[in-house]
Design a binder for this molecule. Structure first.
Ligand code: GAL
Length: 312
């Protein structure tokens, strides 16, 4: 997808929405976009539904491109279908839903060119070929016997395009003690080639800076990534053998940091470089001298952000 100023803005996650819930999907759907729904099936549940629809009209009712409808009255199964011009098309019945009343779950909807893939709690569950054009879908509705904890809107991952295997999305946590900023995490086995660090969170109201560092036990800092909100600048630097290297500024096509906006930082570890992407867009790479990924032992994040997930 070509970056546009609008596509840099990611829709913030919605925590504990009251059901029935309906929202516009900012920027619509496109190849690679993922929507995450974390929640719990109510204890006496009969059914719930997640609808990806074309608008939100009620009279006449909006077309529903993808109706994902877990049912629990007999053995748990899912009915997938499309509603067009007020008529349901032929149902696709998916037996063996690995969920029952009372269970916590994570549903990940991944939108591809030809189909939608759904995973349930990390395992691929169903693939549904588009029956209506994906570009028409702009609204998400969730209703029924379910308590939703989080709805997350995740952009495509530029570093995972050629990766096979089912994409996994880390749960998003709200006001979690373990994600308090300043945040420090020990990496017991260092970093590995091809490893990806993903940081997601909400930028504060009047932000000044956001700093992410990777440190070694010897006191080196192979990467200091700092975002200055006022200047809209993203800088990389490293501290090696008691001195700071020459700072490098990453080129930004558009302003990418906004107050009270969801932000996702991806760092891909390569043999001699860290590749950086923000909100799904690659911004370049930083090559510290003598990078030894195994020696990186601590990840630290500080600044004006509320963290929702950190994963590596
Ligand atoms: C109908 C049901 C609708 C929808 C549809 C899917 O029987 O009333 O809510 O789930 O099946 O095919």
């Amino acid at each position: 997808m070509e970056p546009t100023p609008g596509s840099f803005l990611l829709q913030p996650p919605v925590f504990h929405p009251v059901l029935p819930y309906m929202t516009t999907i900012f920027g619509g759907l496109y190849h690679g976009k993922q929507i995450l729904v974390q929640g719990m099936v109510l204890s006496d549940a009969e059914r719930f539904q997640v609808d990806f629809q074309c608008g939100c009209s009620t009279q006449p009712g909006a077309d529903i491109a993808f109706h994902f409808n877990p049912r629990f009255h007999s053995s748990p199964h899912v009915i997938c279908n499309t509603l067009e011009d007020g008529k349901w098309q032929s149902e696709k019945k998916c037996p063996k839903l690995p969920l029952k009343a009372g269970d916590h779950f994570q549903l990940l909807f991944r939108f591809e060119r030809e189909c939608i893939k759904v995973s349930v709690s990390g395992h691929h569950f169903v693939e549904y070929t588009h029956r209506l054009p994906l570009e028409r879908v702009d609204t998400l509705g969730i209703s029924g016997d379910v308590a939703v904890k989080v709805i997350g809107f995740i952009n495509s991952n530029p570093f995972a395009e050629d990766k096979t295997g089912y994409p996994i999305c880390q749960p998003l946590l709200w006001k979690s003690q373990s994600l308090t900023v300043p945040y420090t995490c020990r990496l017991t086995d260092g970093l590995k080639l091809g490893q990806m660090i993903t940081v997601r969170g909400l930028v504060a109201k009047s932000p000044e800076e956001l700093v992410l560092t990777l440190n070694t036990d010897a006191g080196d800092v192979p990467l200091k990534l700092s975002a200055c909100f006022k200047e809209q600048a993203l800088r990389c630097n490293s501290f090696l053998g008691r001195t700071w290297e020459l700072e490098e500024k990453l080129k930004l096509a558009f302003s990418i940091f906004y107050p009270e906006r969801f932000v996702e930082i991806l760092l891909l570890c390569e043999a001699k470089a860290f590749k950086v992407a923000i909100n799904g867009f690659p911004l370049g790479e930083y090559c510290p001298s003598n990078l030894d990924l195994k020696l990186v032992s601590v990840l630290q994040i500080s600044g004006d952000i509320e963290l929702y997930s950190v994963h590596f």
